[in-house]
Design a protein around this ligand. Structure first.
Ligand code: ADP
Ligand code: MG
Length: 238
């Protein structure tokens, strides 16, 4: 069974059709990379899946359940943003557990989840620091941690590595994939970087002007691009 199912999703801003009509099935445990040029509608689509953006038509289902009308907090998804969106006045631990505390989860469970996530992300010893006292890479991990503690069915990533320098970005790609395997998660990862897509994806979904141009494994897309847009996007340097 597919984990996330998108059917007939549509979105316009005024007279501009950003997503004309989109269908996609994402399998349980899959790492799908949604890639395309700037302005192709990747963030809009991800926010529609998360429930952070209203949709004009269509449905979003998770494990067969229609979640289209549910609030973002009730979809069992967690999103990691490019900007990290950490609270500057809160410590690492407070940032990571904020959503759990808001839900009134008991302190013991929160403590256990925090300890486990801190260990997974090698953030030991930094629990009491504020985001301003962390490196870019550490802040990125805290943003990840905030998603992991929620133990969601689906992770949504919107260009989470783009604020890291090239070396750290390359390392974090690998770590993020390892984390995905370890968590047994389903991940939808948005990027405009074809290298990131080629190295991280189980399947690539290539978007242009809100339309899917091709879906396939990195190898399929590389060896058998369906049209000249795909060929030039995948083949072109950064
Ligand atoms: P991407 O993430 O692929 O760069 P976006 O989803 O951010 O693309 O944007 C897709 C298109 O929708 C762009 O043309 C952008 O200008 C437009 N857009 C995005 N958000 C809004 C908004 N809130 N109001 C109007 N237009 C928007
Ligand atoms: Mg974007």
């Amino acid at each position: 069974m597919s984990n996330v199912s998108l059917r007939g999703l549509k979105k316009s801003y005024g007279s501009v059709e950003v997503i004309p009509s989109l269908d996609l099935d994402i399998r349980s445990g899959e790492f799908v990379v949604l890639v395309g040029p700037s302005g192709s509608g990747k963030s809009t689509l991800l926010r529609m899946i998360a429930g952070l953006e209203s949709i004009d038509a269509g449905t979003v289902s998770v494990e067969g359940e229609d979640v289209t009308q549910r609030d973002p907090g009730d979809r069992d998804m967690a999103m990691v943003f490019q900007s990290y969106a950490l609270y500057p006045h809160m410590t690492v631990a407070e940032n990571m557990t904020f959503a759990l505390r808001m839900r009134g989860m008991d302190k013991t469970t929160i403590g256990e989840r925090l300890t486990e996530s801190v260990r997974m992300l090698s953030l030991e010893g930094l629990e009491h620091r504020k985001p301003g006292q962390l490196s870019g890479g550490q802040r990125q991990r805290v943003a990840m941690g905030r998603a992991i503690v929620r133990q969601p069915r689906v992770f949504l990533f919107d260009e989470p590595l783009s604020n890291l320098d090239a070396k750290l970005r390359a390392r974090t790609r690998i770590e993020l994939r390892e984390l995905h395997e370890k968590l047994g998660a389903t991940s939808i990862f948005v990027t405009h970087d074809q290298i990131e897509a080629m190295t991280m994806a189980d399947r690539i979904v290539l978007l242009e002007k809100g339309r899917i141009q091709q879906v396939g494994s990195p190898r399929e897309i590389y060896e058998r691009p369906r049209n000249t847009f795909v060929a030039s996007f995948i083949g072109s340097p950064e």
